[in-house]
Design a protein around this ligand. Structure first.
Ligand code: ATP
Length: 314
């Protein structure tokens, strides 16, 4: 980087603020295989992006700074450990430009909730800074940087409904007839650490206190091709659910309350503790959300739909 690179960048990039909206993800199928030699579990997952969003705004600056509002403010560190800062630095290093930006995060996705909020913010930062700096990388280049930041980050660039393999970072779109599915998201008080939930799953499996792993996502993929939410309800599955329930037994009451409110299916999202419920249609989702929101089994509950696109400039 040379001093006049800044001027060059001013000419190439966006002059005004760049605002990017990014969705949360749920896993319609989360099959956890054995631990690999590199310490990651082998996953087969079907990701689904839902209409619950964080928003990242990038402005020109002389250094790299991050401010935030919303979920997790005061709790989430805004230093070099934050995935937003890590994503900006990774993009700058790859593209050979100075990592100069004023970033502001408006967060709605709960922290450590199993909705991949941190990964979503990383994906949003890549898209925002790529536009701000005028680096204009290809989708493939952004996906490669994303994979180095976290297993879920490539999917959050992508959005929609997609199959994830490897440790989740290898993403291929699921071809299905366009159907909108209606969900209710029930956020819990406090988060669950994803590594701790994996450790609990390994412990339960070693004790043989866990059901057999889910295996192939074929029945879920077949269910997505039909447009019947009852068929989809029967095909949802999450190998991590038993471990999340073991660490947070109160989630059993949340799942049961969703079913009592008429949900077609109740499932823990990823590593939890957020629970998601499948509804028959938009009105049904609204009624279930209202009932759960006024109960004591969750911190808050709201309707959402999917699939929606990944990180996009708005
Ligand atoms: P996943 O399902 O991908 O494991 P999660 O939804 O359970 O993720 P996140 O909110 O994505 O959890 O983040 C987990 C941890 O990552 C947080 O507890 C925090 O320490 C760290 N982190 C770093 N940057 C961020 C960020 N921008 N937003 C949220 N968490 C972040």
């Amino acid at each position: 980087w040379r001093p006049d690179d800044d001027d060059d960048q001013q000419r190439r990039g966006a002059a005004g603020p760049v605002k990017v909206r990014v969705p949360a993800k749920i896993n319609l199928h989360l099959g956890v295989g054995p631990v690999r030699p590199d310490g990651y579990h082998e996953l087969t997952t079907v990701y689904h992006a839902i209409s619950s969003y964080d928003e990242l705004t990038a402005r020109r600056g002389d250094t790299l700074t991050l401010t935030m509002a919303g979920e997790g403010t005061g709790e989430l560190a805004l230093d070099e450990s934050n995935l937003v800062i890590r994503a900006a630095r990774a993009l700058a290093a790859y593209a050979g430009v100075p990592a100069h930006a004023r970033l502001h995060l408006r967060k709605q996705i709960p922290l450590a909730g199993g909705l991949a909020g941190g990964s979503a913010d990383a994906a949003a930062t890549l898209v925002a800074c790529d536009t701000l700096w005028g680096t204009n990388l290809s989708r493939e280049e952004l996906a490669a940087i994303a994979a180095g930041l976290g297993s879920d980050v490539p999917f959050l660039l992508h959005g929609g409904t997609a199959l994830g393999t490897g440790r989740g970072e290898a993403v291929s779109p699921v071809l299905a007839r366009p159907t909108t599915w209606h969900w209710v998201v029930a956020a819990a008080d406090g988060g669950l650490s994803t590594p701790a939930v994996y450790r609990e799953l390994d412990r339960l499996r070693a004790e043989r206190d866990a059901p057999a792993p889910l295996g192939s996502p074929d029945s879920l993929l077949a269910a997505l091709r039909q447009r019947d939410p009852k068929v989809l309800a029967a095909a949802l599955g999450n190998d991590m659910q038993i471990a999340a329930l073991s660490l947070r037994p109160s989630l059993a009451a949340t799942l049961a309350a969703g079913e009592a409110a008429g949900a077609l299916a109740s499932i823990v999202s990823g590593s939890g503790p957020t629970c998601v419920f499948l509804a028959a249609d938009e009105g049904h989702a609204g009624r279930i959300a209202a009932e759960l929101a006024s109960s004591s089994v969750c911190r808050t509950a709201y309707p959402a739909y999917g699939p929606v696109p990944g990180a996009r400039v708005v």
